[in-house]
Design a protein around this ligand. Structure first.
Ligand SMILES: Cc1ncc(COP(=O)(O)O)c(C=O)c1O
Length: 395
């Protein structure tokens, strides 16, 4: 039977990783892969994580099942990290999940059970897994206007006008901060409008938060989510700890539901638990336990926040250096948007011949469309090399 199946196409990012690995050019640069890298080109275990892991190792007495909703301390800490003082916590329920992807999938499954005729609206463009996840749950997916390739910023007027046409029965997926793949986020004023429009039109905001702390700070990055939380009765947030705790492979995420009242939030959590039960049953414990320990311990938390600040500052500084260098080489402010983008990614809006040239002529490994992971640039030498090549292929 299986011999009759046709192969599915390989993942383009995995192909890029393989090409990079085989390239013998000592000056090769990888801006394709979406993980944080330090100035040595490494993605180390965070120190706060190592300390918490040691403590867990020394104190954990059992590996017995925890439960479908995962670690209660983790869930409570995630609720506070995301909502701070923007809502009454009785209206919020949280469920630990295997990564942000697991949270997206269980929320999509739960929503399809209760509103199968809804359309899920996503930014154009959005993270490559958003559409498949919601389509796998059964939803029809459409896009609202978002990125303007000419300015490489958000076309807020067009986006807000599109949201103003939506209503009950629509689900609007928004990136909490550090938009992937564009790097271009909404202004605070635009978030204010999104919150007003959501409460007037009655669509369900669904916020995917994968980079809290990578933009302007743990609280500044959550401006939009907290504004929405103050305005709407119902909202979903899926949060990933892969990037901001560097726990990629340990699969740590959280599905958070805001409902009109405590009873409704509890009912939704029960439905999420059913979606989890028929899929992976319960989340892996290790990473969630580590995050729970870090967030609930003052010393570990301070250590983690310091490290996260270091990571953020590295990204911001690389952005500024690259933008400055592009200005010097081209003599125009055309690339200033790189310094205005937030998070690891910037979408440079390059065509295939330009990205092919970067890969084959310069050993610069970059994904189609020209999304770069700015943290892939190690140091000033790599920034300069990248800038020279970019200026050359876009002349
Ligand atoms: C926008 C966005 N959402 C969700 C995720 C999910 O991350 P994970 O499942 O690894 O926690 C990612 C990871 O790249 C992402 O970029």
């Amino acid at each position: 039977m299986f011999e009759q199946l046709s192969a599915v196409p390989g993942d383009p990012i995995l192909q890029l990783i393989e090409m990079y690995r085989q390239d013998t050019n000592p000056q090769k640069i990888d801006v394709g892969v979406g993980v944080f890298k330090n100035a040595e080109g490494e993605t180390p275990v965070m120190r706060a994580v190592s300390i918490a892991e040691q403590q867990l190792h020394d104190t954990q007495a059992t590996k017995a099942y925890v439960g479908i909703a995962g670690d209660a301390d983790f869930n409570a800490a995630m609720r506070a990290l995301v909502f701070a003082d923007s809502v009454d916590y009785a209206r919020v329920q949280a469920l630990q999940t295997p990564g942000g992807s697991g949270a997206l999938r269980v929320c999509a499954e739960m929503l399809y059970e209760v509103m199968p005729d809804s359309t899920v609206w996503m930014s154009d463009p959005t993270w490559g897994n958003h559409r498949p996840i919601f389509e796998a749950a059964g939803f029809t997916v459409k896009h609202y206007p978002y990125f303007d390739p000419a300015t490489r910023m958000v076309d807020e007027a067009r986006m807000l006008a599109a949201l103003n046409e939506l209503g009950q029965g629509d689900i609007v997926l928004l990136h909490g901060c550090c938009h992937n793949p564009t790097g271009s986020d909404l202004s605070f004023a635009a978030w204010d409008r999104v919150a007003e429009i959501a409460s007037q039109r009655g669509f369900l905001p669904f916020i995917d938060l994968a980079y809290q702390g990578f933009g302007d700070g743990l609280d500044a990055d959550l401006y939009g989510i907290r504004q929405l939380a103050k305005h709407v009765d119902d909202m979903i947030v899926t949060s990933s700890c892969s990037k901001n705790f560097g726990l990629y492979r340990d699969r740590v995420g959280c599905a958070l539901v805001l409902a009109k009242n405590a009873a409704a939030a509890t009912v939704v959590k029960g439905r999420l638990a059913i979606a989890a039960r028929v899929s992976y049953s319960m989340p892996p414990d290790h990473g969630g336990a580590i995050v729970g320990m870090i967030l609930n311990d003052a010393t570990l938390r301070e250590q983690w926040e310091d490290e996260l600040t270091e990571m953020r500052n590295r990204i911001l500084s690389l952005r500024q250096q690259l933008a400055d260098r592009m200005r010097d080489i081209t003599g125009t402010p055309k690339w200033d948007f790189i310094a205005r983008h937030r998070g690891m990614f910037s979408l440079l809006s390059l065509d295939k011949s330009q990205t092919d040239k970067l890969i084959h002529d310069y050993s610069i490994y970059i994904v189609n469309g020209g999304r770069i992971n700015i943290a892939g640039l190690r140091d000033e030498a790599q920034i300069n090399r990248f800038a020279d090549a970019l200026a050359e292929v876009t002349k």
